[in-house]
Design a protein around this ligand. Structure first.
Ligand SMILES: *[C@@H]1O[C@H](CO)[C@@H](O)[C@H](O)[C@H]1NC(C)=O
Ligand SMILES: *[C@@H]1O[C@H](CO)[C@@H](O)[C@H](O)[C@H]1NC(C)=O
Ligand SMILES: *[C@@H]1O[C@H](CO)[C@@H](O)[C@H](O)[C@H]1NC(C)=O
Ligand SMILES: *[C@@H]1O[C@H](CO)[C@@H](O)[C@H](O)[C@H]1NC(C)=O
Length: 504
């Protein structure tokens, strides 16, 4: 609608001039010309309006329209949230920044807005400025009470980042564009496109506090199921951030006995009466060991973040932590919306169950396991208190099968490419040789014959749009053409296609 309005203005203005020049002409001539002009303007609306709907990149002109239409009574077309509407606040420390910044470099791109908050100055002459956010030093917090035994009062500095950013933005030109403040740690890796997909679902002009709980049930009992865990990251709508700024310093003084920065935010949110809006794609990772089980059965929601990357095992085995994340980013670049999304199917001839976590792993298991089993994460990790039973977690988990025959064969992503000609992605997964190679006496083909798996999939950037209900993709094992290579097609389920084992 923006260009339409813009195009009209000079046009009708010219016409008005013409009218005044022809003031001598007859009244009827004037009226008929007026009617024709109005008719032209009216019909132009219908010609230009659909053109605008088709045009694919209207953001700039839409901003202008917002301004020009304000107060006119016409509902303003809302520009959808983009990454430049977000300001990141990264909680960091001088001591660890040199190492932790490698995590931030993985996801930070030029053009993003945000600040890394440190406790003191560091020599930054060896960093490329555009590949990292600017650094600021938090203001002094000596006046605040901190009474958590054996805690670290840097928690107060970190909790105040939201307020310090509101103050920083206050009255600036860039403030007009800010919709969300997103907090994360220096060891948090975001998937920015998925973060935006989540934020688009919410009205940034209202009060929203969006994030997720810990994986550890005990953590959530100790802190709260209503708290957004800081390392997983959380988003605060800008009006709410401003409301928080007004009261945060008073609020903090009421909770000197709390431990961290995120529980202080939660305490203040409770005073503001704003609940946590839970989005399960934020991952705190209060875990030790392999996150394989969790990321191979990701909930049906976009993966927004991963955290505690120095604590959990590397995302891919036998690699450095940063390089492993780089590999995950390589598939994220091709189809971020589908990253780690699980699909389940069966190799009918072999009676195997196949589970794809797109861009991350493929698992092949002897026997037919139902989707209701396969969608539950296996406990390849232990919880924050080093416990490993099913009651330790804030979600359902299951044991990796005790039956040696049903141990999954795991294939990790090795490569992902875009096949532009066919409009699809091709990802390759290679067999991970566990130390442990079980004996199995079932009279049944061994999935170990499969050395690699190739997955074809069309990118699906709109799968999380507001008007779409979440649904698991379907996968189909294609006929084997080459010994040792399984080929799978993944995509939206077709009409009447369901996940069932069927002998054709
Ligand atoms: C508190 O954390 C900072 C880093 O943020 C660290 O330098 C300092 O040693 C810690 N203090 C204590 C008492 O653990
Ligand atoms: C920064 O530069 C100075 C001299 O140019 C050098 O001596 C110093 O080691 C550098 N610091 C870092 C952290 O690279
Ligand atoms: C923002 O600026 C206004 C005007 O200078 C000032 O009154 C207000 O206190 C500022 N707010 C913050 C949060 O800095
Ligand atoms: C695949 O390999 C097996 C054993 O390595 C062999 O028996 C079989 O004939 C091969 N099949 C094809 C299609 O090459």
């Amino acid at each position: 609608m923006g260009e339409c309005k813009k195009d009209q203005k000079p046009f009708s203005h010219e016409k008005a001039k013409t009218f005044s020049c022809n003031s001598q002409t007859s009244f009827y001539w004037l009226i008929s010309k007026l009617i024709i002009t109005l008719a032209i303007i009216f019909s132009l609306q219908f010609i230009l309006y659909p053109l605008n709907l088709i045009s694919s990149s209207p953001p700039r002109s839409l901003i202008k329209t917002d301004v020009s239409l304000t107060g006119s009574g016409i509902p303003k077309p809302e520009q959808q949230t983009e990454i430049n509407h977000v300001v990141f606040g990264i909680a960091a420390s001088a001591k660890l920044w040199k190492h932790r910044r490698d995590y931030v470099k993985l996801w930070w791109k030029q053009g993003m807005n945000g600040v890394v908050w440190l406790d003191k100055h560091i020599n930054q002459n060896d960093t490329v400025s555009s590949s990292l956010p600017p650094i600021r030093i938090s203001s002094d917090t000596a006046r605040f009470k901190y009474k958590y035994p054996k805690g670290n009062r840097s928690a107060i500095r970190l909790t105040r980042i939201v307020s310090e950013m509101v103050t920083l933005l206050n009255g600036t030109e860039s403030e007009k564009n800010v919709r969300w403040i997103v907090m994360g740690d220096d060891d948090t890796v975001f998937f920015p496109e998925n973060l935006i997909r989540v934020l688009r679902k919410y009205d940034h002009e209202q009060f929203y506090y969006i994030g997720s709980s810990s994986e550890s049930h005990i953590q959530n009992i100790k802190f709260s199921y209503g708290m957004a865990y800081g390392g997983g990251g959380f988003a605060i709508s800008y009006p709410l951030a401003k409301a928080l700024e007004k009261m945060q310093d008073r609020c903090i003084q009421r909770y000197p006995e709390l431990y961290g920065s995120d529980d202080r935010i939660h305490a203040c949110m409770s005073e503001l009466g704003v609940p946590l809006t839970r989005e399960v794609g934020f991952h705190q990772f209060d875990l030790f060991g392999k996150v394989l089980g969790l990321l191979s059965a990701h909930p049906l929601a976009p993966i927004v973040s991963v955290h505690h990357l120095d604590i959990v095992d590397p995302i891919f085995p036998n690699m450095g932590r940063v390089n492993a994340l780089k590999r995950l980013m390589s598939s994220a670049r091709l189809d971020s919306a589908s990253l780690t999304q699980q699909s389940i199917c069966y190799d009918t001839a072999n009676r195997w169950t196949v589970s794809v976590s797109w861009g991350y792993t493929v698992q092949v298991i002897r026997g037919v396991l139902s989707p209701r089993v396969m969608e539950v994460p296996t406990r390849t990790f232990i919880d924050w208190y080093k416990r490993a039973d099913d009651k330790s977690y804030a979600f359902n988990t299951r044991l990796i099968s005790k039956n040696a025959c049903q141990r999954p064969r795991v294939y990790y992503l090795s490569n992902a490419l875009r096949d532009s000609a066919l409009g699809r992605t091709v990802s390759q997964y290679v067999r991970w040789y566990d130390v442990w190679d079980p004996e199995c006496d079932w009279n049944m083909a061994d999935p170990s014959e499969i050395e690699q798996v190739i997955v074809y999939k069309r990118p699906d950037p709109d799968r999380w749009n507001k008007d779409k209900a979440p649904r698991r993709d379907c996968c189909r094992v294609l006929p084997m053409k080459k010994n040792g290579t399984m080929v799978i097609d993944v995509g939206a389920c077709r009409d009447d296609e369901i996940i069932e084992f069927s002998v054709k």
